[in-house]
Design a protein around this ligand. Structure first.
Ligand code: NAP
Length: 384
Protein backbone atom coordinates (compact mmCIF):
# COMPACT_ATOMS: atom_id res chain seq x y z
CA UNK A 1 0.00 0.00 0.00
CA UNK A 2 1.18 3.52 -0.78
CA UNK A 3 2.61 5.53 2.12
CA UNK A 4 0.60 8.76 2.18
CA UNK A 5 2.01 11.94 3.66
CA UNK A 6 -0.06 14.96 4.63
CA UNK A 7 1.34 18.33 3.61
CA UNK A 8 0.83 21.74 5.19
CA UNK A 9 1.75 24.61 2.88
CA UNK A 10 3.32 27.68 4.49
CA UNK A 11 2.87 30.72 2.17
CA UNK A 12 0.67 31.36 -0.82
CA UNK A 13 3.14 32.78 -3.36
CA UNK A 14 4.33 31.68 -6.77
CA UNK A 15 6.42 28.65 -5.89
CA UNK A 16 3.90 27.37 -3.33
CA UNK A 17 1.36 27.24 -6.14
CA UNK A 18 3.76 25.41 -8.50
CA UNK A 19 4.66 22.89 -5.80
CA UNK A 20 1.07 22.15 -4.84
CA UNK A 21 0.04 21.63 -8.45
CA UNK A 22 2.82 19.02 -8.76
CA UNK A 23 1.73 17.37 -5.50
CA UNK A 24 -1.74 16.92 -6.96
CA UNK A 25 -0.47 14.97 -10.00
CA UNK A 26 -1.03 11.23 -9.57
CA UNK A 27 2.38 9.66 -8.68
CA UNK A 28 1.48 6.67 -10.90
CA UNK A 29 2.06 8.93 -13.93
CA UNK A 30 5.75 8.82 -12.95
CA UNK A 31 5.68 5.13 -12.04
CA UNK A 32 5.62 5.79 -8.28
CA UNK A 33 3.10 3.60 -6.48
CA UNK A 34 4.84 3.32 -3.10
CA UNK A 35 4.02 6.87 -1.92
CA UNK A 36 1.14 9.35 -2.15
CA UNK A 37 0.60 13.00 -1.26
CA UNK A 38 -2.30 14.87 0.32
CA UNK A 39 -2.47 18.62 0.85
CA UNK A 40 -4.37 19.00 4.11
CA UNK A 41 -3.72 22.62 5.08
CA UNK A 42 -2.59 25.95 3.62
CA UNK A 43 -1.60 29.06 5.56
CA UNK A 44 -1.13 32.67 4.58
CA UNK A 45 0.74 35.01 6.91
CA UNK A 46 -1.75 37.76 6.19
CA UNK A 47 -5.33 36.44 5.93
CA UNK A 48 -7.36 33.24 5.90
CA UNK A 49 -9.10 34.50 2.73
CA UNK A 50 -5.82 34.35 0.91
CA UNK A 51 -5.36 30.72 1.88
CA UNK A 52 -8.95 29.98 0.79
CA UNK A 53 -8.29 31.58 -2.60
CA UNK A 54 -5.07 29.62 -2.99
CA UNK A 55 -6.85 26.32 -2.24
CA UNK A 56 -9.57 26.99 -4.76
CA UNK A 57 -7.22 28.33 -7.50
CA UNK A 58 -4.94 25.28 -7.21
CA UNK A 59 -7.92 22.90 -7.10
CA UNK A 60 -6.90 21.21 -3.84
CA UNK A 61 -9.54 18.59 -2.95
CA UNK A 62 -11.48 18.92 0.33
CA UNK A 63 -10.89 18.61 3.17
CA UNK A 64 -8.08 21.19 3.25
CA UNK A 65 -7.87 23.65 6.16
CA UNK A 66 -7.19 27.34 5.46
CA UNK A 67 -5.33 29.41 8.04
CA UNK A 68 -4.53 33.09 8.39
CA UNK A 69 -1.34 32.50 10.38
CA UNK A 70 1.65 30.18 10.24
CA UNK A 71 1.25 29.45 13.97
CA UNK A 72 -2.15 27.90 13.28
CA UNK A 73 -0.71 25.76 10.48
CA UNK A 74 2.04 24.23 12.60
CA UNK A 75 -0.49 23.50 15.37
CA UNK A 76 -2.67 21.42 13.02
CA UNK A 77 -2.40 17.75 14.11
CA UNK A 78 -3.31 16.56 10.61
CA UNK A 79 -0.12 18.00 9.12
CA UNK A 80 2.88 15.63 8.88
CA UNK A 81 5.27 17.88 7.00
CA UNK A 82 5.38 21.63 6.38
CA UNK A 83 6.56 23.00 3.04
CA UNK A 84 8.10 26.44 3.71
CA UNK A 85 7.75 28.69 0.66
CA UNK A 86 8.39 32.14 2.11
CA UNK A 87 11.26 34.45 0.98
CA UNK A 88 14.65 33.14 2.16
CA UNK A 89 14.95 36.04 4.65
CA UNK A 90 12.18 34.36 6.60
CA UNK A 91 13.23 30.69 6.35
CA UNK A 92 15.09 30.58 9.64
CA UNK A 93 12.17 31.93 11.65
CA UNK A 94 9.54 29.95 9.72
CA UNK A 95 11.37 26.60 9.71
CA UNK A 96 12.15 26.99 13.37
CA UNK A 97 8.50 27.68 14.11
CA UNK A 98 7.56 24.39 12.42
CA UNK A 99 10.36 22.37 14.04
CA UNK A 100 9.54 23.74 17.49
CA UNK A 101 5.98 22.51 16.88
CA UNK A 102 7.46 19.05 16.09
CA UNK A 103 6.69 19.13 12.36
CA UNK A 104 8.91 17.71 9.66
CA UNK A 105 10.01 20.37 7.15
CA UNK A 106 10.84 20.80 3.48
CA UNK A 107 12.22 24.35 3.09
CA UNK A 108 12.67 26.21 -0.19
CA UNK A 109 16.12 27.28 -1.34
CA UNK A 110 18.20 29.14 -0.36
CA UNK A 111 18.00 27.20 2.91
CA UNK A 112 18.66 30.24 5.12
CA UNK A 113 20.41 33.61 4.89
CA UNK A 114 23.66 32.25 6.34
CA UNK A 115 25.34 29.05 7.52
CA UNK A 116 24.91 29.86 11.22
CA UNK A 117 21.13 29.78 10.81
CA UNK A 118 21.27 26.54 8.78
CA UNK A 119 23.38 24.82 11.46
CA UNK A 120 20.93 25.69 14.22
CA UNK A 121 17.97 24.36 12.22
CA UNK A 122 19.79 21.08 11.58
CA UNK A 123 20.72 20.80 15.25
CA UNK A 124 17.10 21.27 16.27
CA UNK A 125 15.92 18.68 13.74
CA UNK A 126 18.56 16.30 15.07
CA UNK A 127 17.61 16.87 18.71
CA UNK A 128 13.90 16.54 18.03
CA UNK A 129 14.31 13.61 15.65
CA UNK A 130 12.56 15.43 12.80
CA UNK A 131 13.04 15.33 9.05
CA UNK A 132 14.47 18.49 7.46
CA UNK A 133 15.51 19.10 3.86
CA UNK A 134 16.41 22.08 1.67
CA UNK A 135 14.12 21.96 -1.36
CA UNK A 136 16.70 21.91 -4.14
CA UNK A 137 14.27 20.14 -6.47
CA UNK A 138 16.78 19.81 -9.35
CA UNK A 139 18.81 17.23 -7.41
CA UNK A 140 15.88 14.82 -7.48
CA UNK A 141 15.34 14.94 -11.24
CA UNK A 142 16.06 11.53 -12.82
CA UNK A 143 18.40 13.52 -15.09
CA UNK A 144 20.51 14.69 -12.12
CA UNK A 145 20.57 11.19 -10.65
CA UNK A 146 21.72 9.76 -14.00
CA UNK A 147 24.44 12.39 -14.47
CA UNK A 148 25.80 11.73 -10.98
CA UNK A 149 25.82 7.97 -11.64
CA UNK A 150 27.63 8.45 -14.97
CA UNK A 151 30.34 10.44 -13.19
CA UNK A 152 30.65 7.81 -10.46
CA UNK A 153 30.99 5.08 -13.10
CA UNK A 154 33.84 7.02 -14.73
CA UNK A 155 31.95 7.60 -17.99
CA UNK A 156 33.92 10.81 -18.68
CA UNK A 157 37.00 9.81 -16.71
CA UNK A 158 38.31 11.96 -13.90
CA UNK A 159 36.16 15.08 -13.68
CA UNK A 160 38.40 18.10 -13.33
CA UNK A 161 36.19 21.07 -14.18
CA UNK A 162 32.54 22.09 -14.09
CA UNK A 163 31.17 25.31 -15.54
CA UNK A 164 27.68 26.30 -14.51
CA UNK A 165 25.51 29.36 -15.15
CA UNK A 166 22.08 30.42 -13.92
CA UNK A 167 21.35 33.89 -15.26
CA UNK A 168 18.10 35.61 -16.10
CA UNK A 169 18.79 38.68 -18.30
CA UNK A 170 15.89 40.78 -17.06
CA UNK A 171 15.18 44.45 -17.54
CA UNK A 172 16.08 44.74 -13.88
CA UNK A 173 14.89 48.26 -13.01
CA UNK A 174 11.59 47.79 -14.81
CA UNK A 175 10.86 44.23 -13.71
CA UNK A 176 12.18 44.15 -10.16
CA UNK A 177 12.40 47.81 -9.08
CA UNK A 178 13.65 48.01 -5.49
CA UNK A 179 11.08 46.12 -3.43
CA UNK A 180 10.70 42.77 -5.23
CA UNK A 181 12.22 39.86 -3.32
CA UNK A 182 14.78 39.33 -6.14
CA UNK A 183 16.50 42.64 -5.32
CA UNK A 184 15.22 43.62 -1.89
CA UNK A 185 17.90 43.18 0.82
CA UNK A 186 15.19 42.98 3.50
CA UNK A 187 14.07 39.75 1.80
CA UNK A 188 17.68 38.51 1.27
CA UNK A 189 17.37 39.44 -2.40
CA UNK A 190 20.07 39.18 -5.05
CA UNK A 191 21.23 36.73 -7.67
CA UNK A 192 23.50 34.69 -5.38
CA UNK A 193 20.96 33.32 -2.92
CA UNK A 194 18.17 33.09 -5.45
CA UNK A 195 19.84 31.77 -8.61
CA UNK A 196 23.52 31.25 -7.78
CA UNK A 197 22.43 28.40 -5.53
CA UNK A 198 21.62 26.41 -8.68
CA UNK A 199 25.02 27.08 -10.24
CA UNK A 200 26.54 25.89 -6.97
CA UNK A 201 24.17 22.91 -6.96
CA UNK A 202 25.61 21.70 -10.25
CA UNK A 203 29.18 22.24 -9.11
CA UNK A 204 28.51 20.44 -5.83
CA UNK A 205 26.41 17.57 -7.12
CA UNK A 206 29.07 16.74 -9.71
CA UNK A 207 32.35 17.49 -7.91
CA UNK A 208 31.43 16.87 -4.25
CA UNK A 209 28.36 14.67 -3.95
CA UNK A 210 29.73 12.03 -6.34
CA UNK A 211 32.48 11.17 -3.85
CA UNK A 212 31.95 8.79 -0.92
CA UNK A 213 30.84 10.87 2.10
CA UNK A 214 34.11 10.53 4.00
CA UNK A 215 36.04 11.87 0.98
CA UNK A 216 33.95 15.01 0.46
CA UNK A 217 35.98 18.09 1.31
CA UNK A 218 34.80 21.72 1.20
CA UNK A 219 36.22 23.87 -1.61
CA UNK A 220 38.07 27.14 -1.36
CA UNK A 221 36.38 30.02 -3.20
CA UNK A 222 37.38 33.24 -4.91
CA UNK A 223 34.61 35.48 -6.14
CA UNK A 224 33.44 38.78 -7.56
CA UNK A 225 30.14 40.49 -6.83
CA UNK A 226 28.55 43.28 -8.88
CA UNK A 227 26.03 45.13 -6.70
CA UNK A 228 22.68 46.24 -8.09
CA UNK A 229 22.98 50.03 -8.05
CA UNK A 230 19.51 50.66 -6.56
CA UNK A 231 19.59 48.33 -3.55
CA UNK A 232 23.12 46.87 -3.18
CA UNK A 233 21.78 43.30 -3.43
CA UNK A 234 24.09 41.40 -5.81
CA UNK A 235 23.15 41.76 -9.46
CA UNK A 236 25.84 39.36 -10.67
CA UNK A 237 28.21 37.00 -8.91
CA UNK A 238 30.97 34.79 -10.28
CA UNK A 239 32.62 32.15 -8.12
CA UNK A 240 35.76 30.09 -8.73
CA UNK A 241 35.83 27.00 -6.55
CA UNK A 242 38.69 24.66 -5.97
CA UNK A 243 38.00 21.19 -4.55
CA UNK A 244 40.94 19.31 -3.00
CA UNK A 245 40.00 16.05 -4.73
CA UNK A 246 38.69 15.19 -8.15
CA UNK A 247 35.92 12.68 -8.80
CA UNK A 248 35.56 9.70 -9.14
CA UNK A 249 39.32 9.22 -8.75
CA UNK A 250 40.75 9.86 -5.32
CA UNK A 251 44.08 8.09 -5.50
CA UNK A 252 47.26 8.70 -3.56
CA UNK A 253 47.88 11.96 -5.41
CA UNK A 254 44.40 13.27 -6.15
CA UNK A 255 44.00 16.10 -8.58
CA UNK A 256 42.29 19.33 -7.65
CA UNK A 257 39.01 19.94 -9.46
CA UNK A 258 37.64 23.35 -10.35
CA UNK A 259 34.14 24.76 -10.48
CA UNK A 260 33.08 27.98 -12.15
CA UNK A 261 29.66 29.06 -10.87
CA UNK A 262 28.04 32.15 -12.37
CA UNK A 263 24.80 34.02 -11.86
CA UNK A 264 23.31 37.30 -13.04
CA UNK A 265 19.94 38.94 -13.27
CA UNK A 266 20.97 41.28 -16.12
CA UNK A 267 22.57 38.99 -18.71
CA UNK A 268 20.99 35.69 -19.64
CA UNK A 269 22.26 32.12 -19.93
CA UNK A 270 19.79 31.72 -22.79
CA UNK A 271 18.98 35.10 -24.36
CA UNK A 272 16.63 33.90 -27.11
CA UNK A 273 15.12 31.23 -24.83
CA UNK A 274 15.63 28.62 -27.55
CA UNK A 275 18.85 27.12 -26.25
CA UNK A 276 20.85 28.68 -29.11
CA UNK A 277 23.58 29.78 -26.71
CA UNK A 278 24.50 26.21 -25.77
CA UNK A 279 24.57 24.26 -22.51
CA UNK A 280 24.44 26.16 -19.20
CA UNK A 281 26.38 23.30 -17.59
CA UNK A 282 29.54 21.62 -18.83
CA UNK A 283 31.06 18.77 -16.83
CA UNK A 284 34.55 18.10 -18.12
CA UNK A 285 36.53 14.95 -17.53
CA UNK A 286 39.67 13.32 -18.85
CA UNK A 287 37.63 11.02 -21.14
CA UNK A 288 35.01 13.46 -22.34
CA UNK A 289 32.29 15.85 -21.32
CA UNK A 290 28.66 15.86 -20.17
CA UNK A 291 26.62 18.88 -21.20
CA UNK A 292 23.30 19.67 -19.56
CA UNK A 293 20.65 21.64 -21.46
CA UNK A 294 17.63 23.67 -20.37
CA UNK A 295 17.67 25.94 -17.33
CA UNK A 296 20.15 24.90 -14.63
CA UNK A 297 17.22 24.58 -12.19
CA UNK A 298 14.98 22.68 -14.65
CA UNK A 299 17.26 20.78 -17.02
CA UNK A 300 15.57 19.04 -19.93
CA UNK A 301 18.31 16.93 -21.55
CA UNK A 302 21.96 16.00 -21.42
CA UNK A 303 24.61 15.04 -23.93
CA UNK A 304 27.60 12.76 -23.42
CA UNK A 305 30.52 13.68 -25.66
CA UNK A 306 33.31 11.08 -25.48
CA UNK A 307 36.85 12.17 -26.21
CA UNK A 308 37.87 11.72 -29.86
CA UNK A 309 37.96 8.03 -30.72
CA UNK A 310 35.99 7.12 -27.57
CA UNK A 311 32.61 6.45 -29.19
CA UNK A 312 29.47 8.22 -30.35
CA UNK A 313 27.84 11.31 -28.91
CA UNK A 314 24.66 10.39 -26.97
CA UNK A 315 21.67 12.60 -26.18
CA UNK A 316 19.23 11.80 -23.36
CA UNK A 317 15.92 13.62 -22.84
CA UNK A 318 14.22 14.20 -19.48
CA UNK A 319 10.43 14.02 -19.68
CA UNK A 320 8.00 15.60 -17.20
CA UNK A 321 5.29 12.98 -16.64
CA UNK A 322 1.76 14.19 -16.00
CA UNK A 323 2.73 17.54 -17.52
CA UNK A 324 4.31 18.56 -14.21
CA UNK A 325 6.90 21.17 -13.40
CA UNK A 326 9.28 18.59 -11.89
CA UNK A 327 8.88 19.38 -8.21
CA UNK A 328 7.12 16.08 -7.49
CA UNK A 329 10.41 14.18 -7.49
CA UNK A 330 11.64 16.05 -4.42
CA UNK A 331 8.21 15.60 -2.80
CA UNK A 332 8.44 11.84 -3.44
CA UNK A 333 11.87 11.85 -1.80
CA UNK A 334 10.38 13.52 1.30
CA UNK A 335 7.60 10.91 1.42
CA UNK A 336 10.09 8.03 1.16
CA UNK A 337 12.35 9.54 3.82
CA UNK A 338 9.39 9.91 6.19
CA UNK A 339 8.22 6.38 5.44
CA UNK A 340 11.72 5.07 6.17
CA UNK A 341 12.08 7.29 9.26
CA UNK A 342 15.08 9.12 7.86
CA UNK A 343 15.91 12.56 9.21
CA UNK A 344 17.77 13.81 6.16
CA UNK A 345 17.88 13.05 2.47
CA UNK A 346 20.86 11.31 0.89
CA UNK A 347 20.33 13.54 -2.16
CA UNK A 348 21.17 16.65 -0.13
CA UNK A 349 22.45 15.87 3.36
CA UNK A 350 22.42 18.64 6.01
CA UNK A 351 26.20 18.78 5.95
CA UNK A 352 26.19 19.62 2.22
CA UNK A 353 23.51 22.33 2.57
CA UNK A 354 25.64 23.86 5.33
CA UNK A 355 28.88 23.73 3.28
CA UNK A 356 27.08 25.46 0.40
CA UNK A 357 25.75 28.14 2.78
CA UNK A 358 29.33 28.59 4.04
CA UNK A 359 30.51 29.13 0.46
CA UNK A 360 27.82 31.78 -0.03
CA UNK A 361 28.76 33.42 3.31
CA UNK A 362 32.38 33.60 2.14
CA UNK A 363 31.38 35.01 -1.26
CA UNK A 364 29.35 37.73 0.45
CA UNK A 365 32.25 38.43 2.81
CA UNK A 366 34.65 38.82 -0.13
CA UNK A 367 32.18 41.08 -1.93
CA UNK A 368 31.34 43.13 1.17
CA UNK A 369 27.65 42.27 0.87
CA UNK A 370 25.63 42.14 4.06
CA UNK A 371 21.91 41.91 4.76
CA UNK A 372 20.06 43.75 7.54
CA UNK A 373 21.04 42.38 10.94
CA UNK A 374 17.55 41.14 11.79
CA UNK A 375 17.52 38.67 8.87
CA UNK A 376 21.12 37.56 9.50
CA UNK A 377 20.27 36.97 13.16
CA UNK A 378 19.96 33.56 14.80
CA UNK A 379 17.75 34.98 17.54
CA UNK A 380 14.35 33.31 17.83
CA UNK A 381 11.60 34.28 17.83
CA UNK A 382 12.11 37.56 15.99
CA UNK A 383 9.40 39.53 14.27
CA UNK A 384 10.72 40.40 10.79
N1 NAP B 1 12.29 25.89 -6.35
C1 NAP B 1 12.12 26.86 -7.22
O1 NAP B 1 12.17 26.67 -8.42
C2 NAP B 1 11.84 28.23 -6.74
C3 NAP B 1 11.35 29.17 -7.62
C4 NAP B 1 11.03 30.42 -7.12
C5 NAP B 1 11.25 30.70 -5.80
N2 NAP B 1 11.77 29.78 -4.97
C6 NAP B 1 12.03 30.08 -3.54
O2 NAP B 1 10.77 30.08 -2.88
C7 NAP B 1 10.71 31.15 -1.94
C8 NAP B 1 9.49 32.00 -2.29
O3 NAP B 1 9.59 32.50 -3.62
P1 NAP B 1 8.29 32.94 -4.47
O4 NAP B 1 8.77 33.21 -5.85
O5 NAP B 1 7.20 32.00 -4.26
O6 NAP B 1 7.97 34.34 -3.77
P2 NAP B 1 6.58 35.08 -3.72
O7 NAP B 1 5.74 34.79 -4.91
O8 NAP B 1 6.90 36.50 -3.40
O9 NAP B 1 5.84 34.40 -2.46
C9 NAP B 1 6.35 34.46 -1.18
C10 NAP B 1 5.21 34.25 -0.20
O10 NAP B 1 5.75 34.26 1.10
C11 NAP B 1 4.80 34.80 2.02
N3 NAP B 1 5.44 35.83 2.83
C12 NAP B 1 5.53 35.82 4.17
N4 NAP B 1 6.16 36.90 4.63
C13 NAP B 1 6.47 37.65 3.54
C14 NAP B 1 7.11 38.91 3.38
N5 NAP B 1 7.57 39.64 4.41
N6 NAP B 1 7.26 39.37 2.12
C15 NAP B 1 6.83 38.67 1.06
N7 NAP B 1 6.21 37.46 1.17
C16 NAP B 1 6.03 36.97 2.40
C17 NAP B 1 3.65 35.37 1.20
O11 NAP B 1 2.56 34.47 1.31
P3 NAP B 1 1.53 34.57 2.55
O12 NAP B 1 1.82 35.83 3.29
O13 NAP B 1 0.19 34.53 1.93
O14 NAP B 1 1.81 33.39 3.39
C18 NAP B 1 4.17 35.35 -0.23
O15 NAP B 1 3.16 35.09 -1.15
C19 NAP B 1 12.06 31.83 -2.00
O16 NAP B 1 12.89 31.34 -0.99
C20 NAP B 1 12.62 31.46 -3.36
O17 NAP B 1 14.03 31.40 -3.40
C21 NAP B 1 12.05 28.55 -5.41
Amino acid sequence: MAHTIRWGIMATGWIADMFVRDLLIDPKTRDASDIAHKVVAVASSSAKDRADQFISAAGIPSPCAAYGSYEALVADPNVDVVYVATPHSHHYQNVRLALEASKHVLCEKAFTVNAAQAKILCEIAQQKNLFLMEAVWTRYFPLSVQVRQLIQKGEIGEVLRVISDTSFGDDVEEKWGTTHRMVNPDLAGGSLLDLGIYSLTWVFQTLYHTLPREQRKPPTVTSQITPYHLTDADEATTMLLSFPTSTPSNGAHPHISQGVAMTSIRVSTDPDEKGTSGPPIRIQGTKGEIQVFGRAFRPTSYRIIPKKGGGEVRDVECSFPGDGHGMYWEADEVARCLRDQKRESEGLPWEESIVIMEVMDEVRRQGGMTYPQKIESTEYPLHL
